[in-house]
Design a protein around this ligand. Structure first.
Ligand SMILES: [Zn+2]
Ligand SMILES: [Zn+2]
Length: 387
């Protein structure tokens, strides 16, 4: 049987531009959620709204007993000032769809449309439109808000666009695909002094500089070179003028690894480094670890379902050969919270030679919308027969 996918691509493209022009930050996706729910109602669904604040879930129940699966898209934007030139650039100053969640949202709406027209043979499909993927752990908040109790499911699937991967090329892998992470904030309290009399104070700035350097050795010298890990300091704030050594310095950043044990080791190592430097220099150093994201780990059987869908798509309509063992990323994803509880697979779809995710000149490639819709469509229909 050939795939016939019925979804209104021009509508989805226009909606994508509309969402892009009106981006909303985490947990503030009110307009977006309203548009999603309205479209779902038009398609004949009875969406549940207000889950984790702005989350929306719609269910397609074939009425025949079979597997229940969950397909998830994220809806939130980022605090980035857009520099692109498209006519649909952000009208919301300082907020931007810099991660392509506008594209994810419409691809899943397209799947809800095509699967309503051509449903799986049996079973249930839940379409999940999630808030606050960017640093808000929206997936976790949806779970805490009863997602899996209200919408019982066996398998969860996610899809993210990926700049640098050929446009429309799909990719997946078994095991860790996105990193686990911790954010940290470090405050070094020394003793302010005259810039010309450093010995009379305790300079938090030089201690902070040493900390940034030393922390790199947690990766270079404390982590197996065959294992992926990264320590990034992203904020270093200290001082008021150029002839005073400041009293305090604040540093913040993130730790990432594909193995939870490695991540714990990095965390313990950074804490040890802070207390060691405090002791060595007579300063006080506090370190606060927050926002833990788990490693996103694809289960073998769910990954095989994703692979089968990708291969079938290629057979049916050609296009780029899927990457069935794609290189993982040290970016992190709150979909990991879903995969901690449910078997599933997180996949990638190439966004071509675009600017990188979170860059101010990034844009989602409209040309990949049909491919994303068909991936979801094929996956859902395959699950009904394969499980
Ligand atoms: Zn994203
Ligand atoms: Zn992102």
């Amino acid at each position: 049987m050939t795939l016939s996918v019925q979804s209104d691509i021009p509508f989805l493209t226009e909606l994508r531009h509309d969402l892009h022009a009106h981006p909303e930050l985490r947990f503030e996706e009110n307009r977006t959620a309203a548009l999603v729910a309205s479209r779902l109602r038009t398609l004949g669904y009875a969406p549940h709204t207000g889950i984790a604040g702005t989350g929306v879930v719609a269910t397609l129940d074939t009425g025949l007993s079979g597997p229940a699966i969950m397909l998830r898209a994220d809806m939130d934007a980022l605090p980035v000032r857009e520099t692109g030139t498209a006519s649909w650039i952000s009208r919301n100053e300082g907020v931007m769809h810099a991660c392509g969640h506008d594209g994810h949202t419409v691809m899943l709406l397209g799947a809800a449309e095509s699967l309503a027209a051509q449903p799986p043979e049996r079973g249930i499909v839940h379409f999940v439109f999630q808030p606050a993927e960017e640093g808000g752990a929206g997936a976790k908040v949806m779970i805490e808000d009863g997602l899996f109790e209200r919408f019982p499911t066996q398998f969860c699937f996610g899809l993210h666009n990926w700049p640098g991967l050929e446009a429309g090329r799909l990719g997946v892998r078994t095991g860790p695909i996105m990193a686990g992470g911790w954010r940290f904030r470090i405050v070094i309290t020394g003793k302010g002094s005259h810039a010309a009399q450093p010995h009379l104070g305790t300079d938090p700035l030089t201690i902070g500089a040493a900390l940034v350097q030393e922390a790199q050795l947690l990766v270079a010298r404390r982590t197996d070179p065959m294992v992926a890990a990264v320590v990034s300091f992203c904020i270093f704030e200290a001082g008021t003028t150029d002839n005073i050594l400041p009293q305090t310095a604040t540093l913040a950043g993130t730790l990432r690894a594909l193995d939870p044990q490695v991540l714990n080791d990095l965390k313990a190592g950074l804490a040890r480094l802070c207390s060691g430097l405090a002791e060595a220099h007579g300063a006080a150093i506090s370190v606060d670890f927050h926002q833990p994201y788990p490693v996103t780990v694809n289960a073998p059987d769910a990954t095989d379902l994703a692979r089968a869908a990708m291969l079938r798509l290629m057979e049916e309509e050609g296009g780029p050969v899927p990457e069935l063992d794609i290189v993982p990323s040290l970016a992190s994803e709150d979909f990991g919270f879903m995969l901690e509880r449910k078997v599933g697979a997180y996949a990638m779809i190439g966004n071509g030679d675009s600017a990188r995710l979170h860059a101010p000149d990034y844009d989602f490639d409209d040309a990949i919308i049909p491919r994303g819709v068909r991936y979801w469509h094929t996956l859902a229909r395959n699950c009904a027969t394969a499980l």
